[in-house]
Design a binder for this molecule. Structure first.
Ligand code: NAP
Ligand code: MN
Length: 268
């Protein structure tokens, strides 16, 4: 029988590299083959580092359907399931099939430029739309084709349930149980003056609603889109359409995993 192929991605720190070496040995001893470069033939992707290493791998390998497992090496590690001292338990449970997959929905932005061309972005945590050069941005927001508000402030963050505990939470957004599929539109420093009026709390949208964002001309036609921390500059943006993408990222979770225990242990 051909042995299962496993790919290991690390953030390159000394402890992550050491953990990778040790894990590779243990996996080989257990009949797996650790492959040197990413391939769609892998049955599992191991990410060693913090959440950043996991997010980096997702974007680098273009949101593969292959399950991920994270090993946390000294960061917050919200996505990360195990620590470097649990390698044997991990291999045992994995071999025995004692795990389940946690599907995490991703968000996409389809951007229409003035010349008629389109650009698409995908994120696991969030998509942020903000001005360039620390300026204020003005965005006209519609939900299901109905105009809702003209937002003025630093920008808008649209978080998935998985991303609700990241930047969204730091901005005062709510923590969402990943079993609820909703998008959270969180304002970043909304302005409320006699000149500008914006919602100051997050808006929670059901998964099938369409969200359209139109930058106001001319000063905000240049803007920045940030996807899980990766920034892209765009100019002459006509419309931004946001919604869930069809892509799901699968995380391996073991029997002891519980979302709210994890929230408690990482935040309180
Ligand atoms: P980073 O600057 O190291 O990330 C900031 C922190 O967010 C790290 O502690 C990271 O965990 C944590 N994090 C990432 N995803 C999370 C999640 N879903 N739930 C809870 N915490 C999470 O950059 P990074 O590691 O490449 O991560 C990119 C993310 O950073 C972005 O998607 C954004 O959400 C977040 N961010 C947060 C702020 C803020 O809170 N003010 C500002 C900018 C960006 P690790 O330590 O395990 O990496
Ligand atoms: Mn990080």
């Amino acid at each position: 029988m051909e042995s299962g192929k496993i790919f290991i991605h690390t953030n390159g720190t000394e402890v992550s590299t050491k953990t990778k070496e040790l894990l590779s040995q243990k996996l080989e001893q257990n009949g797996y083959s650790v492959i040197g470069s990413f391939s769609q033939e892998a049955e599992l992707i191991v990410c060693i580092g913090g959440d950043g290493a996991f997010l980096e791998a997702i974007h680098l390998f273009e949101f593969p359907h292959i399950p991920f497992i994270g090993i946390n090496t000294g960061h917050l590690g919200f996505f990360q399931e195990i620590s470097p001292d649990q390698l044997d338990d991990f291999i045992f449970n994995y071999k025995m099939g004692k795990y389940r997959l946690q599907p995490l929905a991703t968000v996409k932005a389809s951007i229409l430029l003035k010349d008629g061309s389109t650009v698409n972005y995908k994120s696991l945590n969030e998509i942020i739309i903000k001005a360039t050069d620390s300026r204020c941005i003005h965005l006209n927001i519609s939900i299901d084709s109905g105009f809702i508000e003209r937002f003025s402030g630093d920008g808008l963050l649209i978080a998935t349930p998985a991303g609700s505990t990241a930047y969204n939470y730091a901005l005062g957004g709510s923590i969402v149980d990943p079993r609820i599929k909703l998008l959270q539109v969180t304002p970043m420093a909304p302005m409320n003056t006699t000149a500008y009026r914006s919602f100051t709390s997050s808006l929670l949208l059901p998964s099938d609603l369409s969200l359209e964002i139109k930058p106001e001309e001319p000063e905000t036609s240049r803007l920045v889109i940030a996807c899980d921390g990766l920034e892209y500059g765009l100019s002459k943006v006509e419309n931004i359409s946001i919604g869930f993408s069809g892509t799901v990222v699968n995380l391996l979770r073991f029997e002891s995993y519980d979302f709210w225990s994890k929230v408690k242990s990482k935040f309180l």
